[in-house]
Design a protein around this ligand. Structure first.
Ligand SMILES: Cc1cc2nc3c(=O)[nH]c(=O)nc-3n(C[C@H](O)[C@H](O)[C@H](O)COP(=O)(O)OP(=O)(O)OC[C@H]3O[C@@H](n4cnc5c(N)ncnc54)[C@H](O)[C@@H]3O)c2cc1C
Length: 466
């Protein structure tokens, strides 16, 4: 959840375009405004019309990225197929979502288990800082169970006209020309009670890969790999009197014991807490870090019973290639999780929607074929909007998660109300919070002070061999 005022870090530049050997021969179409609810597009384009039917797009994977993409496509007049291998998939996830997601994606409040208004940041030496003090009465961090959120988004896509298929995507045959279809091979489980399913083929004009960190769509287009963290989580049912403490409160633990490069968390759910941690650098020790996280929270979860154990990779950065011809990757398949906070739900749903909007726009509501330039419009907009957020969180992780003294300094900084306000504003609303120049300056000085103190402390500790 940690985020920070962008103004603290000046001199950030926009990334260069991703490496991609495919040349862009088609000029970019003129931009037009797309409203989410009324996806009616008036653009002039020279790509061929699709005759006798509308553009056909398959979305592989029905998590937040796939659900949001399929809904937007269907509303925009595209014939949409959403393929999800497991309809009751319970994605291993902390389930924390920012307030803006509730509004932007019209999420009903009854799918949100908890509204967290208090967050405790806990240092390696167990100094706890409360960091929700600047929240307004209507502001909160939403806590969802993924099986509930994903199901809701998929159902909404179906209500908007998408054909939702319960099937396992196996492989994709690439087309020989810009007008040929993509052939998708999958095992259909629809109307089957168990068994091995039925092999099927679906022909479509374009494909959105929303099939998560182990994306088969990414492999089909040789999208390349990314470094990843492994995250581990236990859902623990704790006694009711213990649950009262976590009513509207979440905890984040930092320290070498819980993770050398990430944080441990206790997030409240409807009737249990999710306790977890992650690491990129020491994946083999993940269970040791999980035990340490549980130990740190032990008094508060005493008497708890582990009801579910789960683990999953978290991408560390975007894949080298995210678009190839008429195939685009979104969400974890593309690698859109922020460092430092490990946040990916909002970015998955948002990238799914943005990619789908680019297709609706490029195809003039499903009437024309699209090409790579349409999908590159999505990439361009995405990078322009979110690159600074990723960069800042990357820097934060490098500065503050590298040693226990640095983490102590980080927690100390979190006590500052201005830091809290900027952090929450940028997390909750996914926008650069407008800063106050004097407070920004104070914050910059404090940040430098904290880093110096951390370095000095680390040198002392090194001398003592601690
Ligand atoms: C332990 C843990 C804790 C996390 N905590 C948070 C948090 O608190 N807040 C936050 O914002 N982010 C969190 N994240 C990150 C977040 O879970 C992901 O960024 C997010 O789920 C990405 O959504 P997605 O739709 O791109 O992919 P996914 O949610 O992974 O969805 C992919 C979907 O595709 C389906 N699929 C995969 N392969 C196929 C196939 N071959 N055929 C058909 N279907 C297929 C899967 O069943 C799945 O439903 C956490 C991650 C982990 C591992």
């Amino acid at each position: 959840m940690a985020s920070i005022a962008l103004k603290t870090f000046i001199g950030l530049r926009h990334s260069t375009a991703e490496h991609n050997p495919i040349s862009l021969s088609t000029p970019l179409p003129p931009s037009s405004t797309i409203m989410h609810r009324k996806l009616r597009v008036n653009a002039s384009k020279s790509s061929p019309r699709v005759n006798g039917r509308n553009l056909r797009v398959a979305v592989i994977g029905g998590g937040p990225a796939g659900g949001a993409a399929a809904e937007t496509l269907a509303k925009g007049g595209v014939e949409t197929f959403l393929i999800e291998r497991k309809m009751d998939n319970c994605k291993p996830c902390g389930g924390a979502i920012p307030l803006c997601m509730v509004g932007e994606f019209d999420l009903p409040l009854d799918i949100i288990d908890r509204r967290v208004t208090k967050m405790k940041m806990i240092s390696p030496s167990n100094v706890a800082v409360d960091i929700g003090q600047t929240l307004q009465p209507h502001e909160y961090i939403g806590m969802v169970r993924r099986e509930v959120l994903d199901d809701y988004l998929r159902n909404r896509a179906a209500e908007s006209g998408a054909s939702v298929i319960n099937g396992l995507f196996l492989k994709m045959e690439l087309p020989n020309s810009s007008r040929d279809p993509y052939k998708l091979y999958y095992t259909a489980y629809e109307n089957k009670t168990g068994g091995s399913g039925e092999k099927k083929v679906l022909e479509v004009d374009a494909v959105i890969g929303a099939d998560g960190a182990n994306s088969r769509v990414a492999k089909s287009i040789n999208a390349g790999d990314y470094e990843y963290a492994i995250a581990f989580q236990e859902r623990i049912k704790i006694p009711d009197d213990k649950m009262v403490y976590y009513e509207d409160l979440a905890e984040m633990y930092v320290g070498d014991d819980v993770s050398p490069d990430f944080y441990g968390w206790v997030f409240p759910k409807c009737d249990h807490v999710a306790v977890g941690t992650g690491t990129v650098t020491h994946k083999g020790d993940i269970k040791k870090f999980q035990t340490a996280t549980r130990l740190r929270a032990k008094d508060k979860i005493l008497g708890g019973k582990i009801i579910r154990v789960e683990a999953h990779p978290i991408p560390e950065h975007p894949r080298p290639r995210r678009v190839l011809e008429r195939v685009a990757l979104v969400g974890d398949a593309a690698g859109y999780v922020t460092k430092c906070s490990g946040e990916g739900i909002y970015f998955a749903a948002k990238s799914g929607r943005m990619c789908a909007e680019a297709i609706v726009e490029g195809s003039e509501n499903g009437k024309r074929l699209i090409d790579e330039s349409d999908l590159r419009n999505y990439l361009e907009k995405w990078d322009k909007t979110y690159w600074p957020t990723y960069k800042v969180l990357d820097i934060l992780q490098k500065v503050f998660y590298r040693s226990n003294p640095a983490r102590e300094a980080f927690v100390e900084m979190c006590a500052d109300e201005y830091v809290q306000k900027m952090t929450f504003d940028s997390y909750l609303y996914k926008k650069v919070a407008p800063g106050n120049p004097i407070e920004d300056l104070k914050l910059a000085v404090n940040t430098i002070g904290s880093v110096f103190r951390a370095n000095a402390l680390r040198r002392e500790m090194d001398k003592l061999n601690v």
